[in-house]
Design a protein around this ligand. Structure first.
Ligand code: DQA
Length: 142
């Protein structure tokens, strides 16, 4: 199983960015964690991070025929991007949504996700562990 892991804007700032919400571990530590989680289930993965909506749409479109599933933390685009949701619908690969924080317990504007209706499952509020749960979910359900 080959998985595409997509991280949206500002997730490259982990460790620096609001550590009381997102923790003190940096982005490269998250990438190491994700690779280990994929290995645990015998999967391979590519990790992609971008601060640009169109780059994320392009990456999703290019996933068709190359990947068996997608784990996506769309970050702020969760709450704004019809384009990312449409791209996920278009390619129709099994997709799991992840958020480090529990977006249901935060500001009102974070409580709506355009990706949630397309995702097979959403893990939130579990920090890095959410990515492991998402990878395991795809391994068990694909
Ligand atoms: C986030 C939550 C979003 O509301 C926020 O814009 C992010 C990160 C999370 O992982 O908790 O950038 O997706």
């Amino acid at each position: 199983m080959n998985l595409l892991i997509i991280n949206g804007p500002n997730l490259n700032m982990l460790g620096i960015r609001e550590p009381e919400i997102y923790g003190r571990q940096d982005y490269s530590t998250l990438c190491t964690f994700i690779k280990a989680a994929a290995e645990e289930v015998g999967a391979t993965c590519e990790i992609f991070q971008s601060n640009h909506e169109g780059a994320i749409v392009d990456k999703i479109q290019g996933a068709l025929g190359r990947f068996d599933g997608i784990v996506i933390n769309p970050a702020a685009y969760t709450h704004t991007s019809v384009a990312i949701a449409d791209a996920l619908s278009a390619i129709a690969l099994p997709t799991v949504e992840v958020h480090l924080s529990d977006i249901t317990q935060r500001e009102t504007f974070r409580q709506h996700s355009f990706v949630a209706p397309i995702a097979k499952k959403t893990f939130m509020g579990k920090g890095f562990e959410g990515y492991r749960l998402a990878i395991r979910f795809l391994a068990d359900n694909s």
